[in-house]
Design a binder for this molecule. Structure first.
Ligand code: RB5
Length: 145
């Protein structure tokens, strides 16, 4: 599976750590930046480009990072068809997949420890969408602009 990653400066270090972990597990990674390390950049550009990569089918899923995960999740969710979930716990990651069928995950580099972030990513990737009553709700989301 190919996963697109994008972060601003606040999420850069967490993105690098998650990238290493996913590569070691055999995932293919499309790194959309920032390429400026921890130099200040604007998070809306990174949330958006990752959402666009997923909707264009260049990657199956995306993970966006900023200081809190809030800004990049707002930006990713502006892209039609993106269901980006900001998760701070393993339970949220499980629900993001089985109830919301989230195609993009958002994480905060200044709010979530690496160990928790790794568990969140693993859970989000390995939990199946339940469908059933949740399908109709996801369909309603998909109809929204
Ligand atoms: C950048 O300082 C910070 O505002 C950003 O990383 C993010 O937390 C925005 O939501």
């Amino acid at each position: 599976m190919k996963i697109a990653l994008a972060s601003d400066h606040g999420g850069f270090e967490l993105k690098e750590d998650i990238k290493k972990n996913l590569l070691s597990k055999g995932y293919e990674i499309l790194d959309l930046g920032t390429t400026n390390g921890t130099d200040s950049v604007d998070y809306p550009n990174y949330g958006r480009i990752c959402g666009e990569a997923v909707m264009a089918g260049i990657a199956e899923k995306g993970i966006v990072f900023c200081g809190t995960g809030i800004g990049v999740s707002i930006a990713a969710n502006k892209v039609k068809g993106v269901r980006c979930a900001l998760c701070t716990s393993v339970f949220m990651a499980e629900m993001a997949s089985c109830h919301n069928d989230a195609n993009v995950l958002a994480l905060g580099g200044r709010t979530t420890e690496l160990e928790t972030a790794l568990e969140i990513v693993k859970t989000w990737l390995n939990t199946e969408f339940e469908g059933g009553r949740h399908q109709k709700r996801v369909d309603l989301l998909n109809q929204m602009r």
